[in-house]
Structure formats: structure tokens, C-alpha cells
Design a protein around this ligand. Structure first.
Ligand SMILES: *Cc1c(COP(=O)(O)O)cnc(C)c1O
Length: 427
């Protein structure tokens, strides 16, 4: 190992605390610690000069590849001009232009207002708080509950986390946060007392953290319809699905659904700098007009950060210049075929779930029983995939493949054959 790698790993193990990480094990295995030092296109390099395909888009954020020249230039130019100034009491060109651009994806009488924040959890927090305050200001004080779906994931801040229901994240917080009714499907939702609901929140088309599980086709449109009939607002958490990941710019477009709140983050800046947005309608915005009592008291010091806005604008321009969406159907099809072959090759693949360029490959024992969790098969397979130049992470025993949209057929094949090699090595 290079002297510099060793040094960084020692510093990390002495002072850093990683997300969702068993720190004791992390610090005990320096030989396993990757130090990522460079990215270009869909590839990442570590401090030992080894290269890896970024198989989960750096935790679902990257869109057009790393160090994309146009996005890099936009950030550099913005940094040379103004890196940050407060959005409290002033505006700046990037935030104004980006807000108009984001609204241009939606019809005039729908999502036409943008509230900025920093990450997916805050984009969700913002929608939840808006939904509650909207009810208070429109004479519907009884609507204080939220509905959310079982196994959903909407972020880690307390309010957002209370709408999630992944047991191992939520157990300790069960008595805190918002009042949330969790339901398994539309049928259970319909059984709830809808007159106390402020809003329902969902990850449209596919649940991410729930091991990449797609919803039945048509479900989103039915949910919108139910919300309309019951006067319940619809919050779409497109933090993962936004920006082409499922094949269209936004997942909701596939079922011609427009929510009351749209939460965007991860891919908004193309996976470069943290920025998030919560879009809402004129009707909701109008309920916040009037005296001080009606203001939306929410914000962060880096709200609408100019570097984030510049990166996001460049990200959206790259979509147009490179015709990213137009190229997706062929790529999605290629991935589907490659996954089909992979499934035939390995008896331990229980199921492959795909939505656009998002795939979950679930591994089980022969006979379809799950592996004992303590075996950590998913982790072992992802660890083994490094040898085949692929970086990704599992969710339990589901291997996640969610490469940057810029990947071509060769890179998709590279990822699949790396997963194949890794499964063979481990099982
Ligand atoms: C990642 C994610 C979040 C949380 O976003 P952060 O930026 O990590 O706070 C919320 N919802 C969904 C669907 C996500 O995938």
C-alpha cells in the first residue's frame, strides 16, 4: 500500500465517523478501506491507482459521469464569481433561472414554485411541514396525520425518518416525529380515516431502500385519483427516481401524475454538489400569502447555494445537449437483456427487479430461502466485485446496480460481468 494511502486511512480511522457504518469493523480492516481520489465519466479511481465502474452512481447521485466538463466549468465559473450569499433577504441569478427551468417541466397551473434546501431529507421535511401548515391556514386543523407506505425510505432527519418504515432505522424513533399511518398498499390506504390526513408520501414507481421494489403499473395514477377524491395531498419523493433514472425525466411522468409536492435532490446537481428542491403548486403557495403568521418559517444557511444552482442548471443543459433521455430506451433494453442472461447463469439469483437504469439483483439460497443475515452475502458479493473493477453496495442480499446514465453498452456489460464473477466467487 502507498504511504499516502496508509496515512489517509489512519487519519480516517482515528477521527471520521461514517454513515450507516459499523465503526468497529470499519476501523479494524484498513486493508479493505478504499480511498477514492478521482472520477472521470462513470469511472472512479482509488489512491492505489485502481479503477472501478461506479455501479451505484456514488449512492444514487451521479447522472452524466464524474468530472463532466460542462458541469465542472459551471461550478468553476460560479465559484470565481460568488460561492455563497444568503437567500434570506436577497436572490441571485442562478436560483432564479433554475427555479424557472425546474417549473418548465410541468404545466402552468401545476408545480410552479420552488423551495430550495440541501439534501433529500430536507426536501422531504420541507414538503411535510408545508403540508401541515397549509392545513392550519386553510381551516382544516383536523388534518394532522400523514400516510406513508411500508418499507418506505424518505431520509434520516427526524421528521422525514418518521415517514419511513425500514424497521432497523426506525425502531428507536418510533415514539418521535410525525404522526404517520403506514400502509402496505392502496387497499389499506383506503381503509384509513382520510379526513385526518394532511398528505400521503410515496417513492413513485419504485421503492429504493426497500431492495429496489417496483410498484404495480398504474398504482401511482390510482393513488393520485384517491387523493383527489379524498382531499389528501400527494407528496412524491423523487429523490432517487428523478433526473432520468427510471427512463423519463421524472418517474411521475410515466403515469401522467402531478403531485402537490415534488421532492428532488440526489441527481439534481448531476451528483456534484449538495442541493435540493421542493416544488409545489400555486394553490398551496397562495395559502402562505398574507401576514407574518402565514410565512413559511423554514430554511437553512446554505439554502439555494449558488454553486449548487449552477451545477443543477448545467446538469439540465447536459440532458438537452447530449440527448440523454433519448438514448435511455436503448440502454434500458440492453440492461434488461444482460440481466436476463445473468439470471439464467446463477441459481442463487432469486429475482431481478428493474425500473429504467435501476436494478436490484436479489440473492437467495437454493430453494428460495433467504440466506442467514449474519452471512452478509450481499456485502461479500459487492466486496468481491471490486476485483472485477466494479464498486457498488447491497441492500441486505440485493445487489444494487444503478450506474450513471452516461454508461454505454460496454460499461453496462462490464458491470454485469463483474457481478457475475463476484457471485460465482462468493457462492
Ligand atoms: C436518498 C433518499 C432520501 C434522502 O436523501 P439524502 O440526500 O440522503 O438526505 C430520501 N428519499 C429517497 C427516496 C432517497 O433515495
Amino acid at each position: 500500500m502507498e504511504e499516502s494511502s496508509r496515512h489517509w486511512i489512519e487519519q480516517d480511522h482515528a477521527h471520521c465517523w461514517h454513515p450507516f457504518t459499523r465503526q468497529q469493523e470499519w476501523c479494524a480492516t484498513p486493508e479493505d478501506t478504499l480511498v477514492i481520489t478521482k472520477g472521470e465519466g462513470p469511472w472512479l479511481w482509488d489512491s492505489e491507482g485502481r479503477r472501478y465502474l461506479d455501479g451505484n452512481s456514488s449512492i444514487w447521485t451521479n447522472i452524466h459521469g464524474h468530472a463532466h466538463p460542462a458541469i465542472t466549468r459551471a461550478i468553476q465559473n460560479q465559484a470565481a464569481q460568488l460561492s455563497h450569499s444568503s437567500f434570506l433577504g436577497a436572490t441571485h441569478p442562478g436560483a432564479a433561472e433554475l427555479a424557472e427551468k425546474l417549473c418548465s417541466y410541468f404545466p402552468d397551473n401545476t408545480l410552479q414554485r420552488v423551495f430550495y434546501s440541501d439534501n433529500g431529507s430536507t426536501a422531504v421535511e420541507c414538503a411535510l411541514k408545508m403540508a401541515l401548515q397549509y392545513r392550519q391556514q386553510t381551516g382544516q386543523k383536523q388534518r394532522v396525520h400523514f400516510a406513508a407506505f411500508n418499507a418506505a425510505y424518505h431520509g434520516d432527519t427526524l421528521g422525514a425518518a418518521s415517514t419511513g418504515s425500514v424497521t432497523r432505522f426506525r425502531e428507536r424513533l418510533r415514539d418521535n416525529g410525525y404522526r404517520v399511518n403506514h400502509v402496505g398498499d392502496l387497499k389499506q390506504l383506503e381503509e384509513l380515516e382520510s379526513h385526518t390526513l394532511a398528505a400521503v408520501i410515496i417513492e413513485p414507481l419504485i421503492q429504493g431502500v426497500n431492495e429496489m421494489r417496483p410498484w404495480p403499473k398504474g398504482m401511482l395514477a390510482q393513488l393520485r385519483d384517491w387523493c383527489n377524491r379524498k382531499g389528501v395531498q400527494l407528496i412524491l419523493d423523487e429523490v432517487m427516481t428523478g433526473f432520468g433514472r427510471t427512463g423519463t425525466m421524472f418517474a411521475c411522468q410515466q403515469e401522467e401524475v402531478i403531485p402537490d409536492y415534488l421532492c428532488l435532490a440526489k441527481g439534481l446537481s448531476g451528483g456534484t454538489v449538495p442541493i435540493a428542491a421542493t416544488l409545489t403548486t400555486k394553490k398551496i403557495y397562495d395559502a402562505f400569502l398574507g401576514d407574518a403568521d402565514h410565512a413559511f418559517y423554514y430554511g437553512h444557511s446554505y439554502t439555494a447555494n449558488p454553486l449548487g444552482c449552477a451545477a443543477a442548471m448545467a446538469n439540465l443543459q447536459v440532458f438537452e445537449e447530449e440527448k440523454t433521455l433519448e438514448q435511455l430506451p436503448a440502454k434500458i433494453d440492453h440492461l434488461k437483456h444482460a440481466l436476463g442472461h445473468l439470471e439464467k447463469e446463477h441459481t442463487h439469483i432469486h429475482e431481478i427487479r428493474q425500473s429504467g437504469l435501476i436494478a436490484g439483483i436479489e440473492l437467495r439460497q437454493t430453494g428460495a430461502n433467504p440466506f442467514p443475515p449474519e452471512k452478509r452475502i450481499g456485502e461479500a458479493v459487492c466486496r468481491a466485485a471490486r476485483k472485477y473493477e466494479l464498486l457498488t453496495r447491497p441492500i441486505l442480499d440485493t445487489i444494487v446496480l444503478m450506474p450513471p446514465l452516461c454508461c454505454g453498452p460496454e460499461e453496462l456489460d462490464h458491470a454485469i460481468s463483474a457481478i457475475s464473477g463476484a457471485i460465482s466467487d462468493v457462492l
